[in-house]
Design a protein around this ligand. Structure first.
Ligand SMILES: Cc1cc2nc3c(=O)[nH]c(=O)nc-3n(C[C@H](O)[C@H](O)[C@H](O)COP(=O)(O)O)c2cc1C
Length: 216
């Protein structure tokens, strides 16, 4: 265990770079097929594990999916759910939805799912008595940490949630009680951008942050 000590000081240049990292992190669906250097996922998972977690229970479970048959099963679930989602769109929205690329399965060299152990022994239940969902929140924090660390290395991450969680759990043979957080594609992006792809495609746009700050 490392003792408490004066930590690093972050200067203006670092803060500027951090702002750029946050502005240029993107959800990536278009990947180059080039492999990532060996050990990339292990390194990113180690960084992701620096994320906060309720009661320090570290409930995140990363499941790398390299097996071709399992990848096919995940992709089939996406295709079914994406068709169903398209069916719920009407008129111009349906045409717009049909043109969106919502997963990078075709080229992403590394793919993994993230689950949360909903009731881990680690952490001794601290913080979860009234809010069981905090285990899942903690796993999401780990995902975001990994997302930023990947982007800092020039690696893109794409989140796929258009899936049936039960099908994914079964396809990946994980304990039934785990909470499915998402499926992720990882690889070198075809391009970088400082605006979300959904904004560029005309699906949705971001609103001023001040509109999201409510005061009572
Ligand atoms: C919980 C969650 C689920 C998402 N699911 C999908 C998905 O299934 N397919 C997809 O293309 N993008 C998905 N995204 C990415 C969002 O569309 C994206 O984050 C958003 O449009 C903002 O773009 P940006 O991440 O590039 O800033 C998801 C993001 C989150 C946080």
């Amino acid at each position: 265990m490392s003792a408490a000590r004066a930590g690093p000081l972050f200067d203006d240049a670092f803060r500027e770079n951090l702002g750029d990292l946050l502005r240029w992190r993107r959800d990536v669906r278009r990947f180059r097929p080039d492999p990532l250097p060996p050990g990339t996922l292990e390194r990113l998972v180690a960084t992701a594990s620096l994320a906060p977690s309720v009661g320090l229970c570290e409930p995140w479970r990363f499941v790398e999916v390299a097996d071709a048959k399992r990848r096919v099963a995940v992709r089939a679930s996406f295709e079914r759910e994406n068709r169903a989602a398209l069916g719920q769109q009407a008129g111009e929205r349906a045409a717009l939805y049909a043109g969106l690329k919502l997963a990078g399965f075709d080229a992403a060299p590394v793919q993994f799912a993230v689950f949360a152990e909903p009731d881990p022994e680690q952490g001794h239940g601290l913080g979860r008595r009234t809010m069981v969902e905090t285990a899942a929140y903690s796993a999401v924090m780990a995902v975001h940490t990994l997302w930023l660390a990947a982007r800092a290395d020039g690696i893109g991450l794409g989140w796929v949630s258009i899936l049936d969680p039960a099908e994914i759990g079964q396809a990946l043979d994980v304990p039934k009680h785990w909470t499915f957080i998402g499926y992720f594609c990882l690889g070198y992006p075809v391009a970088s951008a400082d605006t979300p792809e959904l904004e560029r495609a005309g699906w949705e746009h971001r609103r001023p942050a001040a509109e999201r700050l409510i005061r009572r």
